[in-house]
Every structure is written in C-alpha cells, then in structure tokens.
Ligand binder design. Structure first.
Ligand SMILES: Nc1ncnc2c1ncn2[C@@H]1O[C@H](COP(=O)(O)OP(=O)(O)O)[C@@H](O)[C@H]1O
Ligand SMILES: [Mg+2]
Length: 284
C-alpha cells in the first residue's frame, strides 16, 4: 500500500512550517527525516498522524484520503500509524503492563476500556511485546520509575500493541545515551524488517540516519531539499540540508553525530525469521 503526501503545507500565522512537501513512500520502507531544528520535521510527522491539520495538500494511504478522515475513520488511522516521541509519553503513574495495553484502546469498546478490563489474550500480547523489547522484568513497575531507554522501549511495545501499518518516531533517541539509542534504533529496524511496517523517523543526527535508514529525506525551511539513499547524501547535499556559514564550506559531520559509532550492519534478516513475540502474537 502506497503512502503519499502531495503538496502538503502547514502554516502557523505568517510562518510556513512545512512548504509544499510531496513524497511517496512504499509500504515497508525505513525512512529517516533529517534537518536542523525548526526545519519542519515534527510538523510533517504530526500531520501524517493527524495530530496537526495540514493547511493544504493531500495525504493518502492507498485509496484512503487521510487528510479528510473524521470520527471513527480518523481513530482507525491513528491506530494504524502508531507514534513514539522523544519524551516517551507514557503514563508515569501506571505500571508498564497497563501502559502497553493502552495501545489496544482503539481496538476496544469504550466500556471495556473504562473498566480497565483487558482480556487474557491482550495480556499475553503485552507480555510478548515486552519480551521482544527485552524489558518483561519491568512489567509491574510504574513506568515513571524506569530509565529513559526502558521507557522508550515500553513506548515501542505499546505501539506494537496497536498492530500498526506505519510507525512514526519523532526523534526517538534524542534523550537517550548511546547504548540505549542503539537498542531503540535496533528495535525499530527489527520491526521494520520482520513485520514490514513502514518506519518514518525524525532524527537530528546524520550518522544514525545513514546507519539505519534505506532512504533519507532532508528538510530545510519547511521544504524537502534532499530525498535519496545514504550513499547519495554527499557533502553538498549535507550542506544544503544543514546550511553552512561560509559559502561552499562543507559541514563537519561530527557536528551532527551521536555516539552510536558502531551500529550493527543492516542484517538481511528474513521478515519471517523465527523469534519470540512477533507481531503475529501481538495481534492475537
Ligand atoms: N504549534 C505551533 N505554533 C507556531 N509555530 C509552530 C508550531 N509548531 C511548529 N512551529 C514552527 O514551525 C517550524 C517548524 O517546527 P518543527 O516542525 O517543530 O521543526 P523541527 O521538528 O524540524 O524542529 C518552526 O519554525 C516552529 O517554530
Ligand atoms: Mg522536532
């Protein structure tokens, strides 16, 4: 199923945050969106999931006109494109299991949700998702007591419970130390490869985008100024995205680097490779 943005623009007053963006993303791609702070990355992602309304333009998923959805259709769409955030957005006072099961909310009747009744299948799926992220031992802890890296893994487990078609991540590793950043990026890649879920992730660092994403979209001033593979992202493209103080001067990549120095090379893992807690069980 093809996902497509056509001429998508978002204004805030006189300011154009996202300017006539058109991109097509085939199902199953892992896409990194890079650019300076203020380039429009978050606004773009938030429009995809309809947390923010486009001022104009069209967002389509297959035959579905996302930008026109309302009511139940909109809720279904928001379930289909799960989102994770830099600040995790868990409910800190609730335990990890409950946070993860909240990913099922849009699948369930309101009354069941209000009564906090989860089925055994839902509990099993939540445990499987936590096992897959390697944090099942935290299931009964309050989410707010976990480390940032653990909280982001809980957020990913919650996203998996939505059985999404697309996973949107807004700077998912910006608050994490290098080890946890790697764990989280590896988890996103694993989900992309095993389930074929499209991942679109904003990243503030180039090297992470290069290491993990098959496609990189560079934004500057609300526009897409680069769209290609990591190997096409040469020094000139980088300076178009990030700008440079002196004319023609390249940008030092270390400026835009995290310390994930040593990411495991992309594995040609089969999408059906055996492993615990696949999304199949999360869907059970
Ligand atoms: N809710 C808002 N109200 C007004 N201006 C906004 C709002 N959200 C974003 N902007 C502006 O839009 C531009 C793009 O912001 P954003 O999408 O957050 O960029 P990025 O995620 O790349 O840092 C910035 O100039 C920002 O100040
Ligand atoms: Mg942002």
């Amino acid at each position: 199923m093809k996902f497509e943005l056509r001429n998508v623009t978002r204004r805030f007053g006189d300011h154009i945050a996202v300017n006539a963006v058109s991109v097509e993303i085939p199902q199953g791609q892992m896409v990194g969106v890079i650019g300076r702070s203020g380039a429009g990355k978050s606004t773009l992602l938030r429009m995809i999931n309809r947390l923010q309304e486009p001022s104009s333009g069209s967002i389509r998923f297959g035959d579905l006109e996302v930008s026109a959805l309302k009511g139940a259709g909109l809720r279904n769409w928001q379930r289909d494109c799960a989102m994770i955030f830099q600040q995790f957005n868990l409910v800190p006072r609730l335990d990890v299991m409950t946070n993860v099961m909240l990913g099922r909310l849009n699948h369930r009747s309101t009354i069941m949700s209000l009564l906090n009744i989860f089925s055994d299948d839902e509990r099993m799926a939540a445990i499987a998702a936590l096992e897959r992220l390697g944090i099942e031992q935290t299931a009964m802890q309050r989410a707010g007591t976990l480390s940032g890296g653990q909280q982001q893994r809980v957020a990913i487990a919650r996203a998996l419970m939505q059985a999404p078609k697309m996973l949107l991540a807004d700077e998912p590793i910006a608050s994490l130390d290098p080890l946890n950043a790697k764990i989280v990026m590896d988890a996103l890649r694993d989900i992309n490869e095993r389930e074929g879920i499209t991942v679109i992730t904003n990243l503030h660092t180039l090297d992470t985008a290069r290491a993990y994403c098959e496609r990189i979209i560079g934004m500057a001033g609300g526009r897409v100024v680069f769209d290609g593979t990591p190997s096409q992202l040469n020094a000139q493209a980088v300076s178009e995205i990030y700008g440079s103080d002196r004319d023609g001067a390249g940008i030092d990549e270390t400026m835009t680097s995290t310390s994930i120095n040593n990411p495991v090379a992309p594995v040609a893992a089969g999408k059906q490779s055996a492993g615990m807690g696949s999304l199949a069980s999360a869907r059970a």
